[in-house]
Design a protein around this ligand. Structure first.
Ligand code: XIL
Length: 357
């Protein structure tokens, strides 16, 4: 269908759409650009809320389990796996024709009590191997990609080590845990399951992004099997000035021959000191649109995924948010109605010249 006709239809439907039920799908519009547009889901809401599940399946082409596939929930004891919740997210998505990003195989957080720093080097290596082997084989090609290692690069300015010196239980005991994790994952999943390094605070040209760049360059030089880098994109309303730097940063990773994915996007529309008024929501919408345009302009940017989709459920209610303020970070409001961010992204998708119409 011609883009202008799609746009006319979009205007016609959204003009009298009082709720999400008549909304054109972001994922469908993104598909024309070869882009998978998605949102993280939480297994409990998927199970219990019809509206949550329906809107998520209509609007998005790819999802990630908020917590259910992490090491703690899925591997509670050394010889016990509990796939139930992670299976629900995979099976629900796959049945609806959606892809799934597995998240994650190795992290310093949300680990089970038995997987701790008192374990010896050899025990840790064997735990890493058996966990990755079991989980990656369990899902096989149902997983579009896995975040093999999450958040291992040091925070802060320049002059600090590339990898966090404290990253329990893996650091300091197993200094080459990243190489090992990727090798284990490729061995278990084969070439069809894409393997990602995923991190936060590295979206623009800053010292942490430089370290992440050095890390993945080193992995490639050592022929460690990595397919791409996931950028978490938990960002704030006052970061729009960074857009040119974000674009350059994503492009330098893509130039290494890696896929770049926006994996955990949410934008706080306001903070403790500001109000989430109409202007703030419009600014947020412009930022969502700018990021989507940047991604569409980079052929290796193939996934654009948000960390949730409705302001009803966002981890930011509790994260670095002492007053638990409603910062309205996502493109649908608490009643599942589309916000300006939904409309701005839709317009980018319908107007952008990379559309295959
Ligand atoms: C968060 C979840 O959203 C929360 O429910 C949980 O309490 C903590 O983890 N980076 C990541 C995600 O890689 O796994 C985190 O998810 C958000 C930050």
């Amino acid at each position: 269908m011609h883009a202008s006709l799609v746009f006319a239809l979009y205007l016609a439907t959204s003009a009298h759409a009082g709720s999400w039920e008549y909304l054109p799908s972001l994922a469908d519009a993104a598909k024309k650009h070869g882009l998978l547009l998605g949102a993280m889901t939480n297994v409990n809401h998927l199970r219990s809320e019809h509206a949550y599940k329906t809107l998520e399946q209509e609007q998005f082409a790819i999802t990630t389990a908020e917590n259910s596939c992490k090491v703690g929930p899925i591997h509670p004891q050394p010889d016990v796996y509990n796939f139930k919740d992670c299976d629900t997210v995979f099976d629900t998505a796959n049945a609806a024709g959606q892809k799934v990003r597995g998240h994650n195989l190795c992290w310093h957080s949300q680990n089970p009590p038995w997987l701790n720093s008192s374990l010896s080097h050899d025990k840790l290596v064997s735990a890493l191997g058996s966990h990755i082997d079991t989980v990656v084989k369990h899902y096989g090609t149902k997983a579009y990609a896995w975040d093999v290692v999450n958040e291992a690069v040091s925070d802060g300015g320049s002059g600090v080590p590339t990898i966090k010196t404290e990253y329990p239980p893996w650091m300091p005991t197993v200094p080459d845990f990243i190489d090992r994790a990727f090798h284990f994952a490729r061995q278990a999943g084969g070439p069809q399951v894409k393997l990602f390094y995923n991190d936060y605070g590295a979206v623009s040209m800053n010292p942490k992004a430089d370290r992440m760049y050095e890390l993945v360059k080193g992995l490639l030089q050592r022929k460690v099997p990595i397919d791409g880098v996931g950028f978490q994109f938990h960002i704030n309303h006052n970061m729009s000035f960074l857009m040119p730097s974000i674009e350059s940063n994503l492009k330098r990773f893509a130039a290494l021959g890696l896929e770049v994915q926006i994996t955990e996007l949410d934008i706080r529309a306001c903070d403790e000191w500001s109000t989430c008024d109409a202007a703030a929501l419009q600014n947020q919408a412009d930022m969502y649109a700018d990021l989507l345009e940047i991604c569409l302009g980079i052929p290796q940017c193939k996934v654009f995924e948000m960390w949730g989709f409705t302001d009803k459920y966002t981890w930011l209610d509790d994260f670095q948010n002492p007053t638990h303020k409603d910062e309205m970070p996502l493109p649908f409001d608490k009643d599942y109605a589309p916000k300006p961010a939904y409309h701005s992204m839709m317009q980018v998708l319908l107007n952008s010249s990379t559309a295959e119409v």
